[in-house]
Design a protein around this ligand. Sequence first.
Ligand SMILES: Nc1ncnc2c1ncn2[C@@H]1O[C@H](COP(=O)(O)OP(=O)(O)OP(=O)(O)O)[C@@H](O)[C@H]1O
Ligand SMILES: [Mg+2]
Length: 307
Amino acid sequence: MSTIERAIQKLGRTAPDSQDASTRDDIPSSVTALEPNPAPLMDEHAALPEFAMNPPNDTDRDNDESASRIQMDYDYMASLGMVTPDSERNQVAEEYRQIKRPLLLNAFGEGALSNTNRNLIMVCSARPNEGKTFTAINLAMSIALERDRTVLLVDADVAKPSLARVLNFPVTAGLVDFLADPHRRLADLILQTNMPKLRILPAGRRHSHSTELLASDGMQILAQELADRYPDRVVIFDSPPLLATSEAAVLGGLMGQVVMVVEAEKTKREELKEALGLLKQDQYVGLVINKSNRPFGADYYYGSYGE
Ligand SMILES: Nc1ncnc2c1ncn2[C@@H]1O[C@H](COP(=O)(O)OP(=O)(O)OP(=O)(O)O)[C@@H](O)[C@H]1O
Ligand SMILES: [Mg+2]
């Protein structure tokens, strides 16, 4: 049995109204199951972080550097169960080390994917609230902790942006503003962070056509530019749920890799299949089983469907 089959079978066991796990012939062969995420660690009583936005330090700017810097509150992030520079040895950090490895090999390693835009990674899921933003931030943090890797984290969930809320920085112009106005300079919209190798492109201000803009030619041009101009960087897109909006599938078509977040004991196998069916047929997809209650080390999935 392939690793993806085991992952799907697990969903079949845990999601109450999902179908029998043996009917899985429509899962594309390019789907790979990545390592599961931990169970929620959310502390509802955790103090909200102090917000800080500092002027940039000119000494560490390069030609695409942005004008603003945000200060992420690592203690607050840790209280949400997120990867931080201090979490080097803990479970969540170790799990994201496992999750990012195949993605980085696909993007840059020997035998990297032959498709275009392989450094562009979309984090999506079938339905809302399954852990896309949580996974996108953790993946970005984990990769940015690598010595040689710069990451741009893009809030592409423009109808329901989350990065500013979760990381507690004010809403500033971002992706939507760039797509709506061709005269905008991307570099002016990208935020630096207190993680030297992590930049953030926020979703931007509310716009009546934000979802159409996400599926526009401008987005295609932007994706191409990000892939070509920064081929050595990882660009992670926090995206809308695939089954809720058609733009998510269009966005997926621009990506070299897709991380599909599956919520343990919640995502229905049929929904997962339907969501996968909206992606390009040959799309590389990594599956992350999120909020799994299994003890660390008990349930790893690697390899491709049909192996
Ligand atoms: N593995 C996890 N451990 C701890 N908390 C988690 C985990 N995954 C998700 N959460 C929490 O679950 C909630 C929903 O997660 P998140 O916002 O990432 O979902 P989403 O798929 O981005 O939702 P939406 O579709 O609304 O954008 C958040 O409060 C998040 O902190
Ligand atoms: Mg989200």
